[in-house]
Design a protein. Structure first.
Lengths: 116, 114
């Protein structure tokens, strides 16, 4: 089982719809969760971070974390063609006695296409 | 604006010819990372520095080396590039205090090996 798995996609939604991106992780002690957006040929851009169970909203983006079920999701409301990109889910798992920073474990990414 | 800068943005080198990629940051972060990303794959961590402490990933080839002369700068040296090293190289930085470990990426350097 991969440490971080994303729904395989590609995901295609019409403009104005809600895009739902899902991610599951295998290590129950993971603490920090991130969503990056990556346009073709560009570097990843951090769009959301979430650390506690529940929802976190930022503009049209909502991240949801459920540690009991070990999943994190990203909802994009009112999807726009400019949201078309690859979305990477990333997780940091810190170990007792380890460093106070962490290495990102990425999922394989989900390609989102928003069509007019 | 605080940021992560990478130079050059595009680099073409010949097979076996050493190449150096640079990264600088104005975020005053004490952790700096180098990633390799190939087409349709997630970024792969090569190594990182926590201050001056170097941490190599177990599967990073010896062909890849790094230097961090000060807090702001970090270099990736590829001693003898092969065709398989053609990729996007990403530098990222993060803090190390509290519970916030967001990593911020530079724009990347696209390396072509001919």
């Amino acid at each position: 089982q991969k440490e971080v798995e994303q729904n395989s996609g590609p995901l295609s939604v019409p403009e104005g719809a809600i895009a739902s991106l899902n991610c599951t992780y295998s290590d129950r002690v993971s603490q920090s969760f991130f969503w990056y957006r990556q346009y073709s040929g560009k570097s990843p851009e951090l769009i959301m971070s979430i650390y506690s169970n529940g929802d976190k909203e930022d503009g049209r983006f909502t991240a949801q974390l459920n540690k009991a079920s070990q999943y994190v999701s990203l909802l994009i409301r009112d999807s726009q063609p400019s949201d078309s990109a690859t979305y990477l889910c990333a997780v940091i798992t810190l170990r007792a006695g380890g460093t106070s920073y962490g290495k990102l474990t990425f999922g394989q990414g989900t390609i989102l296409t928003v069509h007019p | 604006d605080a940021m992560v800068i990478q130079n050059p943005r595009y680099q073409v080198t010949q097979f076996g010819k050493p190449v150096t990629l640079s990264c600088s940051q104005t975020l005053n972060h004490n952790v700096m990372y180098w990633y390799q990303q190939k087409s349709s794959q997630a970024p792969k961590l090569l190594f990182h520095y926590y201050d001056k402490d170097f941490n190599n990933e177990a599967d990073t080839p010896d062909n890849f080396q790094s230097r961090r002369p000060n807090t702001s700068f970090c270099f990736l040296d590829i001693r003898s590039p092969g065709l398989g090293d053609a990729a996007m190289y990403l530098c990222a930085t993060s803090g190390s205090s509290g519970q916030r470990y967001e990593q911020y990426f530079g724009p990347g350097t696209r390396l072509t090996v001919t």
